[in-house]
Design a protein around this ligand. Structure first.
Ligand SMILES: [Zn+2]
Length: 325
């Protein structure tokens, strides 16, 4: 471990200012000897910032800091996009926000209700923030899936997610697009689900040409597919290209100034999953042999391939069976 530390610090020095390297996210020792990822707000354009999670599975060591969040300072208060994956991370994000403004948190917009984007929500709620999300998440919030997920997260992500961590509903459930203006700054909130989840939203700032794309876009890692509707997800990505963007902040990975090129990994991966698993499902080939005979070489070097690809392929296989019916 010690031997690895030196190049990592060196990398963080040379790449830290750019902030686009996962390996540059140098780790700080915690009292118990484990390491936690550094959180540092980076400016996208004036008054618009984001923090970038690490390309790992959520764990106690990384406090579940595996996804991104954004924040925008307006004259009327701060608008936050996504609440991160534990209350501790939300407090760390609030500390980052406090470094650049004394203004209160006005609104939190959630791109979707996956654990790594919402377990920090109660911290913002406690401060009186107005929480906005898509209404399709309501079903999930009251489901056994969400409850069981939280129960197991209390074990896996302890002490960062514990018995005091709770699922927080939105104050405002959207059922269509919404133009939100806070302190004269405009946010176009656009539903794009069902794709990664039923309740996906993207947030576009037309004056700044910044798009918060949520988990429609993953960069520098294998996407998490889960129960996604990958056909609509691919279509929704096409619709994102219609926004006049200068910067895209993805749900995971570094920001992008070239939406078309940088969306291709997610897009190509989804298409490849659908083609390979679709072929196996159509030929009624069992999943195991379909998976084994698929050439994964294009993706197997990506972070999280080992932990996510097989499950992604399996879910896609089941989906393709359904679609074939
Ligand atoms: Zn996510």
């Amino acid at each position: 471990m010690k031997l690895l530390l030196i190049p990592q610090i060196f990398l963080s020095v040379i790449l830290g200012c750019v902030g686009f390297s996962q390996s540059a996210q140098a780790q700080k020792s915690q009292p118990n000897g484990t390491a936690k990822p550094i959180m540092q707000a980076k400016q996208v354009v004036p008054n618009v910032y984001y923090v970038q999670g690490v390309s790992e599975m959520g764990s106690s060591a990384n406090q579940n800091f595996i996804s991104n969040a954004g924040f925008v300072i307006t004259p009327a208060g701060v608008v936050v996009i996504d609440a991160l994956g534990s209350p501790e991370l939300a407090r760390r994000l609030l500390a980052e926000i406090a470094k650049v403004t004394k203004k209160p948190i006005h609104t939190v917009v959630l791109t979707h209700y996956h654990a790594d984007h919402i377990y920090g929500l109660q911290e913002f709620k406690n401060l009186g923030a107005h929480i906005v999300a898509h209404g399709a998440a309501r079903e999930y919030l009251t489901s056994d899936t969400a409850r069981l997920r939280l129960e197991s997260s209390r074990q896996e992500l302890w002490p960062w997610v514990d018995e005091k961590t709770r699922l927080v509903p939105a104050d405002e459930w959207l059922h269509g697009p919404k133009a939100l203006t806070v302190g004269g700054v405009r946010f176009d909130i656009q539903p794009v689900g069902p794709s990664h989840t039923a309740e996906d939203l993207v947030v576009y700032m037309p004056q700044q040409k910044v798009l918060f794309a949520g988990d429609l876009v993953f960069r520098n890692r294998i996407p998490f597919v889960g129960q996604a509707d990958s056909r609509h997800w691919i279509e929704a990505m096409e619709s994102l290209l219609k926004f006049d963007t200068r910067w895209v902040v993805p749900g995971h990975g570094p920001i992008s100034s070239d939406a078309k090129t940088d969306m291709t990994l997610t897009r190509d991966y989804l298409i490849y999953l659908r083609e390979s698993m679709g072929r196996a499902a159509k030929d009624m080939e069992p999943f195991e042999s379909g998976y084994a005979s698929t050439d994964w070489s294009k993706f197997e070097k990506m972070p999280l391939f080992k932990s996510a690809n097989r499950m992604n392929a399996y879910n896609t296989y089941l989906l393709m069976e359904q679609e074939a019916k």
